[in-house]
Design a protein around this ligand. Structure first.
Ligand code: FAD
Length: 426
């Protein structure tokens, strides 16, 4: 006698094979999912189709989004009382849903809050008041200083070369900081931000370089409505069009020295902290974008008929959807792992965080590309949302550090651990 037992379908959640979410986590995930679906997706698509010069004007869908986002009340209070591990996980759940809605708007939200986050970390109430309720940006790259801004150790530079001073510098004089130069055109929220976290090289009275050719640096909070600040035009670009980007010019901009949140002695660590924060957010964004593309493909293969039946019934399609479905789970697992390590380790490192950003973004790109491929020719048309996701995904291979450069830095870190601590050689 044989007994046939049917294996029941597994338990899955909104975001996939994700069990053990607390009731609070599930509640926030569901609220944000509805917001992402009903508010972010339509607004993101609308902004995407507009010329950049009109897309971010007062009253535009971009500002409607931010007004709606504010109503959600997702400030640091949302994490109050949580352990670092719980906060890391909750942040991941939140950012993944926002990116599922629209990756560009998710970045605008994250970059928008960075000055306030650094002000809060400094404990300076004047700076907190200055940043609260305002849209922020992070000025870290310049026309001549892109990947070079991410080098943390002198031995990573070409032998004999000095650190790259770039096109934007801060000079500390008495109780003032004087800022001159310009950012790159890539500053997220640059054309519209009200406050900036300016992350630049600095002269504290003895020039920009130490005796080993390393630049000194600083992080300064700068309100962007003060004399000497002007903007470039919003950038016309391939992807992430819902995210305004453009240059900010500084012409003898003067702020009190107390607006600095990192100076000569603690700059390296705080720069590393800010960059690692950005890297964890980018990894969660990769997770949300990958899932969005995968879900569109999953729906499409159940509608489109070729070879006498829907695509989903062909073994070849099952193999392909299985491949990208696995990657979606792996991307989320890596994003949460990197976030957990970065928030909970007694000594995190931005090169490890960056390796997570590079991994999640490059795997995400494979998912989005294969999802579009499953749409056939339809995937290339504006009629279907997948082509926008492809353009957004492309930008993320360069954003917050070009992927190969990030992987190279991680390789350097692994060598340092091996050589200096014998790690991997036990
Ligand atoms: C969507 C998006 C959002 C962004 N947001 C912000 C923001 O909010 N704030 C901000 O300040 N910046 C922002 N950026 C800028 C971003 O950080 C830079 O574009 C990125 O770091 C790469 O710098 P780059 O574009 O100057 O390229 P480059 O550094 O000029 O690199 C060009 C190529 O050269 C290679 N390369 C560079 N250095 C080396 C080397 N030492 N050895 C071998 N190869 C090398 C790179 O791998 C790359 O392929 C954003 C960019 C994008 C696309």
């Amino acid at each position: 006698m044989s007994i046939h037992v049917q294996v029941p379908l597994p338990v899955v959640g909104l975001s996939g094979f994700d069990i053990n979410l607390t009731e609070e986590e599930k509640g926030i995930q569901e609220v944000l999912h509805r917001f992402a679906r009903d508010v972010m997706r339509p607004l993101g698509r609308e902004i995407d189709s507009m010329p950049a010069e009109a897309a971010y004007l007062p009253g535009s869908p971009f500002w409607i989004f931010h007004a709606e986002m504010m109503k959600l009340g997702l400030g640091p209070e949302a994490m109050a009382g949580m352990s670092s591990a719980e906060a890391a996980r909750m942040e991941g759940i939140i950012i993944e849903e926002l990116a599922w809605g629209d990756a560009g708007l998710a970045v605008s939200t994250g970059a928008g809050g960075l000055p306030l986050e650094m002000a809060r970390a400094s404990g300076n109430q004047e700076l907190i008041d200055l940043c609260e309720g305002k849209l922020g940006c992070w000025c870290a790259t310049q026309p001549d200083r892109g990947s070079d801004g991410l080098i943390l150790y002198p031995e990573e530079r070409h032998p004999g070369s000095r650190g790259n001073k770039g096109n934007l510098q801060a000079t500390f004089r008495g109780d003032e900081i004087i800022i001159n130069g310009q950012t790159s055109a890539w500053v997220s929220n640059g054309p519209v931000a009200q406050v900036a976290l300016v992350d630049v090289v600095a002269d504290y009275g003895s020039g920009f370089y130490d005796e080993n050719g390393n630049t000194y640096g600083c992080n300064v909070i700068v309100p962007l409505d003060i004399q000497g600040v002007s903007r470039g035009k919003p950038l016309e670009k391939l992807g992430k069009r819902s995210l305004p980007q453009g240059e900010i010019y500084f012409d003898n901009v003067r702020v009190p020295a107390r607006f600095a949140v990192a100076t000569r002695d603690d700059y390296d660590l705080k720069h590393a902290y800010a960059w690692a924060q950005a890297g964890t957010a980018m990894s969660h964004i990769a997770s949300g974008l990958a899932r969005a593309a995968f879900e569109l493909a999953l729906a499409y293969i159940h509608e489109r008929k070729q070879g006498g039946t829907v695509l989903a019934s062909h073994q070849l399609t099952q193999y392909r959807i299985g491949g990208i479905g696995t990657k979606v789970e792996a991307i989320r697992a890596m994003a949460r792992h990197v976030a957990n390590y970065t928030k909970c380790s007694p000594r995190p490192h931005p090169y490890f965080t960056a390796s997570g950003k590079a991994f999640t973004c490059s795997e995400m790109f494979i998912v989005v590309n294969e999802s579009l491929q499953l749409f056939g020719g339809n995937g290339l048309t504006r009629e279907y949302p997948i082509e926008k996701l492809m353009r957004d995904a492309r930008a993320m291979q360069i954003e917050d550090g070009e992927n190969s450069i990030l992987q190279m830095h991680y390789g350097h870190l692994l060598s340092c651990l091996y050589q200096q601590e014998g790690w991997g050689n036990a």
